[in-house]
Design a protein around this ligand. Sequence first.
Ligand SMILES: Nc1nc2c(ncn2[C@@H]2O[C@H](COP(=O)(O)OP(=O)(O)O)[C@@H](O)[C@H]2O)c(=O)[nH]1
Ligand SMILES: [Mg+2]
Length: 323
Amino acid sequence: MGLLSFLKEKFKKKDKTTEQYSKGMERSRKNFSSKLKNLSERYKTVNQDYFDELEQILIESDVGINFALNIIEEVLDRSREEGITDPQTINEILVDRMFVGYASKGDIQNELSFTPGTPTVLLVVGVNGVGKTTTIAKLAYRYINQGKKVMLVAADTFRAGATEQLTIWAERLKIEIATGKPEADPASVAYDGVKRAKEAGCDLVIVDTAGRLQTKVNLMSELAKIKRVIGKEVEGAPQDTFLIIDATTGQNGVIQAKAFAEVTNLTGVVITKMDGTSKGGIILAIRDELGVPVRFIGLGEKMEDLQEFDLDKYLYGLCVEEE
Ligand SMILES: Nc1nc2c(ncn2[C@@H]2O[C@H](COP(=O)(O)OP(=O)(O)O)[C@@H](O)[C@H]2O)c(=O)[nH]1
Ligand SMILES: [Mg+2]
């Protein structure tokens, strides 16, 4: 049985999170799976034109050129080896290969790790407008619900309003926030915040950063400094650095990801605004080109609209048409 049939069976009765994936990925699904279906209906048997069109569909869903070319080659090889000419079966193999393409890049461990007595420090980076602040609030909400004591640190002292925005979320979530004066050194704000969180016995500290990309050298030294001072206060911290990417920016998001990966050691990516794009393939592109796992995805603007990334649910959301 191919993955596609497996997913249909697995999610026959949808739970709440699968429901959210399905709903949030509706636009991507309409774009991708209906094109696949349409293609398989137009051809009786596959030929070179079929594969060309298939490749085009992949590229249009933003999986990245490399990924698309590799996958098509794999599918083509298998179709030749096994003499498969049925379009439907070819599409099944395609989805199988998409799964393997993601999964083969390494372990999948989404949730943050916690060690009793030591706060987990999560550094959040990303350019303006991608949904950084919202994602921080969503992550805080998630871990508060898991019984963790969470604190926020507003180390984006560069952008006017960034601190205020995060403060509003902290009030809404009823948690502590550490802030600094406008234009204060982000590293000193981060240091003070992490120190305070440690003293308060927090389990999780989420640090918002300015993440300006204008000059890589500055960004690199700023992030390195923040990491250094945090590490002085809590050994091994920051344990995680998440890059936030806006799915609606398409291949531009992949370019951002590459730039950030060059200046700092990313342990995860969060893709936001999946609900606002028809090109949900960006997750495969990011994984393919950076190897970094996508750990959470944003499927809406509300606090609850953050889901742990799940490859099955994602591919279900992208590929399986609603009955
Ligand atoms: N639809 C949708 N909107 C989102 C999502 N995440 C963030 N946003 C919206 O994107 C806009 C920018 O978010 P913000 O957190 O301020 O971005 P920041 O500048 O990176 O901190 C806001 O209007 C958010 O409500 C998401 O997953 N889905
Ligand atoms: Mg912000």
